[in-house]
Design a protein around this ligand. Structure first.
Ligand SMILES: C[S@@+](CC[C@H](N)C(=O)[O-])C[C@H]1O[C@@H](n2cnc3c(N)ncnc32)[C@H](O)[C@@H]1O
Length: 315
């Protein structure tokens, strides 16, 4: 185990553990330590992010079950676990056929089984011109007959689960200074339509060379809204699948403490760069591994096959 403390001036406001989240202990993240979880678990074997990462869908659901039980353990009573996820289209065998997996429904079921309350679902809509995986709607243009319709996907779900009832008396008793720093700007809320169940937010564009390259990062605007809406100034935000560290970065910018877990050691450099803060603790744990380079190589190989003269559509 290695520990790198980049500054010892103040208590660190960011802790990042590199390891397999399934092995997280209460010494790392204590029971009830966290006021909000904002995260996006890996998308089951997503062809352009995590090809064959999980041996089976059942194995993937095992990760989500552990995620639900650990979330229940670390969250304070009445607090929110916000999950950005989407159903996933995964190729079967080596062919052009694919099967759609209901990640949103299964994640919801698992969190309900863990006794979370289903608080809400927000649909995150990306710009209409954006279809990263495949343009399936082209099929009906080639074959304009019934049963050839496959829509292009430009949305993801933001699932909001609540860990029991929240005691609003805690807000009434909070120090005035903290309440003032945590006040939500309702002019901005109305202007940017945060009040709706649909949020139109531009995704992180896959531009080569950017710090989030190959990470399926979500835009900063998602954790920014959620952190303002569900935490007080100074509280702790946790991202168990930290990726490039988007949630951690925004949490620190908003004066919250941040904890992250990430399995891929190759993202240490990325998180450091993205956060750019001094006050930062990184710990390595069992299960941490180097992942990105091998996934990216696999994706490049698949893309070169897809560039064959006869376009292969994923249906
Ligand atoms: C969808 S990405 C998160 C991206 C992040 N929201 C961002 O904005 O950069 C999911 C992350 O979970 C990590 N991951 C997958 N399995 C994990 C595990 N068992 N424990 C911890 N992290 C894991 C992946 O390496 C990946 O970086």
């Amino acid at each position: 185990m290695s520990l790198e403390r980049e500054s010892s001036k103040d208590a660190p406001s960011v802790r990042v553990f590199f390891g397999d989240f399934r092995k997280m202990t209460s010494t790392e993240v204590a029971n009830g330590e966290v006021s909000l979880i904002v995260t996006s678990p890996p998308y089951f074997n997503a062809p352009f992010d995590y090809p064959d990462l999980f041996p089976s869908y059942e194995d993937y659901l095992g990760l989500i079950r552990t995620f639900a039980s650990q979330s229940r353990r670390v969250l304070r009573k009445g607090r929110i676990c916000a999950i950005v996820t989407d159903d996933m289209l995964v190729k079967e065998g080596g062919g052009s056929r694919a099967r759609k997996y209901p990640l949103v429904a299964d994640t919801t079921r698992i969190f309900l089984d863990e006794r979370f309350l289903y608080r809400d679902k927000i649909t995150w809509v990306k710009p209409a011109g954006y279809t990263r995986i495949s343009r399936r709607s082209g099929v009906v243009l080639q074959h304009p007959y019934p049963m050839y319709f496959y829509p292009d996907n430009i949305q993801e779900s933001i699932l909001l689960f609540q860990s029991g009832d929240f005691d609003y008396g805690l807000l009434r008793d909070a120090p005035k200074k903290i309440l003032k720093s945590s006040k939500i700007d309702t002019v901005q809320l109305n202007k940017e339509r945060w009040n709706l169940t649909v949020w139109n937010i531009t995704n992180v564009l896959p531009i080569p060379g950017r710090v989030e390259e190959g990470i399926a990062a979500f835009p900063e605007e998602i954790p920014r809204r959620l952190i303002k809406l569900f935490t007080m100034y100074g509280e702790t935000v946790f991202d168990p699948f930290a990726g490039s560290g988007t949630t951690l970065k925004v949490a620190v910018e908003l004066g919250r403490k941040a904890i992250g877990y990430e399995i891929d050691l190759e993202l240490k450099r990325v998180i450091r760069k993205k956060l750019g803060v001094e006050n930062f603790v990184i710990e390595e744990r069992g299960g941490a591994r180097r992942l990105r380079k091998s996934l990216q190589t696999k994706i490049r190989q698949r893309r070169s096959v897809a560039k064959s003269p006869i376009p292969k559509l994923i249906l």
